[in-house]
Write a protein that binds this ligand. Sequence first.
Ligand code: MSP
Length: 664
Amino acid sequence: MSNKYITTPIYYVNGEAHIGHAYTTFIADTMARYERLKGNETYFLTGTDEHGQKIEESAQKHNKPTQEFADEISATFKDLWDDFEISYNKFIRTTDKNHMAGVKKAFLKMFDKGDIYKDFYEGHYCVSCETFFPETQLIDGEFCPDCGRATSIVKEESYFFKLSEYEDKLLAHYEANPDFIMPRSRANEVKNFVKGGLRDLSVTRTSFTWGVNIPESLNDDKHVMYVWLDALLNYVTALGYGTDDANMEKFWPASTHFVGKDILRFHAIYWPAFLMSLDLPLPKQIGAHGWWTRDGEKMSKSKGNVVFPREVSDAYGVENLRYFMLREVPFGQDGDFSQRAFIDRINSDLSNDLGNLLNRIIGMSAKYSEYEIDSVDVEKYHTKELDAMNIALDSLDGYMKEMQTHRYLEELWRLFSIGNTAITEHEPWAKIKNDKADEALATVALVSNVLAKACIMLSPIMPKTTATVANALNFEINNESYNNMIIDKKLLKLFNIKKVPPLFPRVEEPLMAEAPNAEPNPPKDKVNGEAREGALGQEKASKKKEVHESKAAFDDNLIEIGQFFETSLKVGTVLAAEEVPKSKKLLKLQVSLGEDDTRQVVAGIKEFYSAESLVGTQVCVVANLKPAKLMGMMSEGMLLAVKDEDGLCLVRPEKPKKAGTPIG
Ligand code: MSP
């Protein structure tokens, strides 16, 4: 066991939290919960960044004293994280006395060491980014290269940090620690920045007063500290730098600082240089995530399209939002929030896969064994499923270490498919009828264990939901059950299922107002690829359509997208196939369109496919055709196929997909 220290950035108190802030907080919270689950003592820090010109100006705009303004906004962040049950150990504010004392102490240490000196600074300053930029980097000689806002020329006396002296040491650190910046693909941009030459950094300001004063012993009270020096130091003052050496010793260096890609430079260049100057070890990792857009567009107050986490959680629940955000994007890449994609995930992953498995377990155990589950025969009948489950479970830690929560969840979802497929394949209802109760009960116990293990590993992402499922399965999720069931691979023994209400009701309609100018929603249940791309995707799609239209106008009758979606197309898996006697053309197939939906399809493909060759393959099925009789046999669907002079071939998904997955 080791100690872990995980941090979020501290959020500026000039506005309310949006889903971008929620995302960093969710990943950090997930990681902290994951470490605790594994038994590592974990300190998790979040908080607010309250000094600097930007905050001072925001307070003035609101006609409020700066501290009062900062208090109010800081409280909105804290309340939000409390309501979301974020498991932080400390919520730091840069206006806390201890923090300010620690910052002064650090400044003095750097000064005494000769790393901070006094000079003059003249440069272009962006108040919004609280950063100076050299003229060469400005857009049109005036605008900030990061945020596009106008910069102003500031000339002032300033203390400087000798950043230039740390170039080589920083480069050596990146070389020796290839995992320092995650994802690794971002390391080059940092290295190139450093190789381009580092200038000494101005670390005090005299043009405003809302900041930490430099140490009294320097007798220079017109200087306040540069907000980024003040802010970055929060990571050590929170542990007790200067006040609590034991806690510092226990948790420093940080395991991971989670940050957005826009503030990677501050964390991967300035912060390590400050720490080297303070003779403190460097954090083990900086995890830089991408940015969230809404329906393909940058969120901004002026567009009125900002997604507020509380609005989403009121409509859909915070755990669904956590799941969606961590499942939807590869860590490091930008992500898009659209209600369509969100609803799709809730319905297909949570309601269909997870929720259904629990409902089926409750239903079967009620019918077969008065809610009693006994794992005694699981190993006898289900080694195949147990092996598949263990392979998936064993891969999870690697994904979490790489912060690839989307792959982690994708792999974890294999368990639900193993569970649901086991029920379909082993048909416990038939076994019960055929006096094979022990086999039927073993299947129910298998899937209960699959669900229990999946929930342990899902708990860092959905702590409350998984606790409810664990309660239904009569166990608790904690380090002990993690050790028993995940590390030692044990099964739950004899227990009784408790009934719980359905956890994930399907969402049929968007539950929040759409962003202004957003495209109308597609028809229910037709949330899919193209529609999911959001506004940007649709813009692309409509451009594509324009080009296509002039040609299509001659070839086909054009239809609306809604008309296309009136046809329900699904992926099917052929479970069985046989020739129809006396027919030259027909084969009779049993096609699975998901757990409880097996269709008989009579298809005219006998001249092109043998019955045996089709079993186990996948097909595309029109699932909402009225059933029809062919040679006296009911056909409950139609297969998609292409026929030309060379013969006929079936249309199939390029890669295996779950039976029942909608096509569109
Ligand atoms: N106060 C500094 C951080 C100091 S850490 C020592 C700051 N604050 S911030 O409130 O502007 O941003 C906090 C975090 O939110 C940053 O990591 C930033 O990348 C992230 N995000 C802001 N907008 C975002 C999105 N639209 N999407 C995802 N994250 C975004 O920077």
